[in-house]
Structure formats: structure tokens, C-alpha cells
Design a protein around this ligand. Structure first.
Ligand code: PGA
Length: 249
């Protein structure tokens, strides 16, 4: 059985003070939620406050991005070691907004995944097609390229430590969720890719999250699909009550 994961991605929202207020509301609401892993990804500046606020709970804190080099002259970037020291346990890699607005590629996704693993972080690797790609019948081609590019040259043991997130770009922040069936079809395709590249056992253990307009009122239907192992939640993760009801679907 794959243990579900509910992950919240705050994107560029919340100050340190807002992060503290959020966790004082969230912690009591998910204290008894032992059925899944709970991860929250604040912006870099709120990481330390978030780590402090979840100390002693089962909630893990993730970063939203990282550079692949250990250190260097890379203005504006943050390394894996810095995230580990700040208390992060996971890191989102190659979110579609990073790909769309900041020029990230499958090649840099792969470098980040490897560096995160080497530092002991859990990479949450994001893949997903654009609307034009779906309408042009290219969904599987895009998912195959992004998946294979992202996990290239990982050992089986390394692969077992990643979390994959399927996030169709047309469903992110648009209120247009993929139906549970559409999401499950993509998840099945990704799991077949994993089986072919690694082993069926490793593929069976891979946790694949769905992301894109996940809300308290659609999480149940999504989680009813055996292929869907959890959610990567943007907008609805910003309110502690909404995220808690997703966690406690
Ligand atoms: P959304 O974002 O839930 O606001 O659609 C999802 C994501 O970008 O991870």
C-alpha cells in the first residue's frame, strides 16, 4: 500500500507572521491525521518560521525550488544544504510555473532531483501538459519526455525516494480540475513509464500526486482513484481550514 501524501504549495504567498498564524490553526486540525504524510511548502523567507511552528508534529516542510550546485556565484539561488539546514525535508522540483516563467527544463529538473536526493531531501518532481498539448493529442509524449528527463540516470534506490506530481497546466489555478478519470489515466501512463524504466515493484511503490485546482469538494472523488496517491494543492492550501479538510478527505 502506498501511503498518501497531501502537499500544500503556497507559491509566492505568506510572510513569516502569516506562516505562524497559519500553523497555529492547521496543527490542531491535522494532529490526528495519521493516514497520510502532510507537507507544506512556504516561500524561502518563511521556511524557518514554518519549521519552528511544526516542531513536534508530523508535518514536514518543503521548499518550492533549489539550485543543483552545493554553493557558488549564483545570485538569487538557494542550495540543497541550505534547505536541509533550515529544516526542510522535501523540495518541489520543476513546477510548471518554474518551467513556464523561469525557463526550467527537463535537464535542470534532473540536476535538481539528483542534488536533492544527494542531500537527503525528498524531491517532488512535477510533470504535466499544456492545454494545447492535450488538445493536440500530445499528452503522453510530453509526460514521457518530462518523466524520463526528470528521472534520467537515477538508480532504482534513488528512484524509490522521489514523489511524482502530475499537474496538467490547464488545471492549475484555473478552477478547471481534471476529472478523476483523466487524472488516473495520466497516472497509469506515468506508472507504466516507471515500470519500464525501473522495475514493476519500484513503479508500484511510486507515489503519484495529482495537482490542479484541488479543493475540499473534489478531493474525495480524486482519492477514490486507486492510481491517485495524494494531492499537490496550490490555492486551497493557503487557508488552514481548507487544507485541513483536504488532508482529512
Ligand atoms: P492550484 O495549484 O491548486 O492553485 O491549481 C496547484 C499547483 O500549482 O501545485
Amino acid at each position: 500500500m502506498r501511503r498518501p501524501v497531501m502537499a500544500g504549495n503556497w507559491k509566492m504567498f505568506k510572510t513569516q507572521a502569516e506562516a505562524r498564524a497559519y500553523f497555529s490553526a492547521l496543527v490542531p486540525l491535522v494532529q490526528g491525521s495519521t493516514h497520510c504524510d502532510v507537507i507544506v511548502a512556504p516561500p524561502f523567507t518563511a521556511l524557518a518560521a514554518a519549521v519552528e511552528a511544526v516542531r513536534g508534529t508530523a508535518i514536514s516542510i518543503a521548499a518550492q525550488n533549489m539550485h543543483w550546485e552545493v554553493e557558488g556565484a549564483f545570485t538569487g539561488e538557494v542550495s540543497s544544504g541550505m534547505l536541509v539546514e533550515a529544516g526542510c525535508r522535501a523540495v518541489i522540483i520543476a513546477h510548471s510555473e518554474r518551467r513556464q516563467f523561469f525557463g526550467e527544463t527537463d535537464e535542470t529538473a534532473n540536476k535538481r532531483v539528483k542534488a536533492a536526493l544527494a542531500a537527503g531531501l525528498t524531491p517532488i518532481l512535477c510533470v504535466g501538459e499544456l492545454l494545447a498539448e492535450r488538445e493536440g493529442g500530445k499528452t503522453e509524449e510530453v509526460l514521457e519526455r518530462q518523466f524520463q528527463g526528470g528521472v534520467a540516470a537515477l538508480t532504482g534506490a534513488e528512484f524509490s525516494r522521489i514523489i511524482l506530481a502530475y499537474e496538467p497546466v490547464w488545471a492549475i489555478g484555473t478552477g478547471r480540475t481534471a476529472t478523476p478519470e483523466i487524472a488516473a489515466e495520466a497516472h497509469r501512463f506515468l506508472r507504466r513509464q516507471a515500470a519500464a524504466s525501473f522495475t514493476p515493484e519500484r513503479a508500484a511503490g511510486l507515489r503519484i500526486l495529482y495537482g490542479g485546482s484541488v479543493k475540499p469538494d473534489n478531493i474525495k472523488g480524486l482519492m477514490a482513484q486507486v492510481e491517485i496517491d495524494g494531492a499537490l494543492v496550490g490555492g486551497a492550501s493557503l487557508k488552514a481550514e481548507a487544507f485541513a479538510s483536504i488532508v482529512n478527505f
